[in-house]
Design a binder for this molecule. Structure first.
Ligand SMILES: [Zn+2]
Length: 246
C-alpha cells in the first residue's frame, strides 16, 4: 500500500479512538444530567402535592368556620322557639333549625373527607420525600464516581493525543490539513477503502478506470462523490483484520 495511505489510516485509527473517548465522556455526563433532571422533576411533583395539601387545609378551615357560624345560627333559632306564639312561626323556625343542622352535617362530612384526603396525600408526600432523599444521596455518590472516572478517561485521552501528535508528524502538512478538513465535514471519516468499485464512505460506485488504478495498490485519490481520500485494500486483508479485530 502507498506509504502515505498507511500513515493516514494509522492516524485515523487514533482519531477514532479519540472520538470514542469523547463520546464515552459525553455519555457519562448525559446519564448524570438525565438522572438529575428526573430527580428535580420529581421534586417539583412533590412540591405540587404539598401545595394541594395546603389548599385542602385552607378549605377545611373555611368549612370549619362556616359550620361554626351555622351551628350558632341553629342555637339562636332554638332559643327563639320559646318566644314564638303561633304554630306557623314555630313551623318556620323548626324548618330553619332543620336546614341549619343539615347544613352543618354536610359540612362536617366534607371536612372529614378533606382530612382523609389530606392525610393520605401527606403519607404519599412523606414516602416520596424519603425516596427522593435516598436517590439524591445515591446520585451525589454516583456523580463523584463519574467525576473520577472522567478524570481517568481524560488521562488516557492525553496520552492518546500525544500519540496522535507524533503520528501527524508522519504526514505532509497539506495532506494533514486536507485530512483534518475532511474529518470535520465528513463525519469523522476522511480516508476510506474502496471495495468492488464502491467507496466505503459514501457507498457510491466510482468510475471503473479509476478503480483499476486503485487496484494497483500504490495510488490514492479523492472520491468523486464525497471527496474522501480513497485507497484500495484487498478484501482478504480487511477480512483478516476483521477476524483479528473481533
Ligand atoms: Zn465517497
Amino acid at each position: 500500500m502507498n506509504e502515505e495511505i498507511v500513515q493516514l489510516t494509522l492516524l485515523q485509527v487514533i482519531d477514532h479512538e479519540l472520538d470514542s473517548i469523547d463520546s464515552e465522556i459525553q455519555g457519562e455526563q448525559e446519564a448524570l444530567e438525565k438522572r438529575s433532571a428526573d430527580l428535580s422533576a420529581r421534586g417539583e411533583a412533590v412540591a405540587k402535592l404539598e401545595g394541594k395539601i395546603e389548599n385542602l387545609e385552607k378549605e377545611r378551615r373555611t368549612l370549619d368556620m362556616e359550620a361554626a357560624d351555622e351551628m350558632a345560627h341553629v342555637k339562636d333559632r332554638q332559643s327563639k322557639m320559646m318566644q314564638v306564639q303561633t304554630g306557623r312561626e314555630q313551623a318556620a323556625l323548626l324548618k330553619e333549625i332543620e336546614d341549619g343542622k343539615k347544613g352543618v352535617k354536610e359540612k362536617e362530612e366534607k371536612i372529614v373527607a378533606i382530612m382523609e384526603e389530606a392525610e393520605s396525600l401527606t403519607t404519599e408526600v412523606e414516602e416520596l420525600k424519603n425516596l427522593l432523599k435516598g436517590e439524591t444521596e445515591l446520585l451525589q455518590n454516583e456523580t463523584e464516581k463519574v467525576k473520577k472516572n472522567i478524570e481517568k478517561i481524560l488521562k488516557g485521552k492525553k496520552s492518546k493525543e500525544k500519540k496522535r501528535e507524533a503520528q501527524a508528524k508522519n504526514l505532509r502538512a497539506p495532506l494533514l490539513k486536507k485530512y483534518d478538513t475532511l474529518r470535520q465535514h465528513r463525519d469523522g471519516l476522511a480516508v476510506v477503502n474502496v471495495l468492488q468499485g464502491v467507496c466505503q464512505g459514501c457507498f457510491m460506485a466510482i468510475p471503473p478506470q479509476r478503480y483499476n488504478v486503485l487496484l494497483r495498490g500504490d495510488e490514492y485519490f479523492d472520491c468523486p462523490t464525497c471527496q474522501r481520500i480513497m485507497y484500495h485494500q484487498p478484501v482478504e486483508e480487511t477480512e483478516k483484520e476483521g477476524v483479528i479485530g473481533g
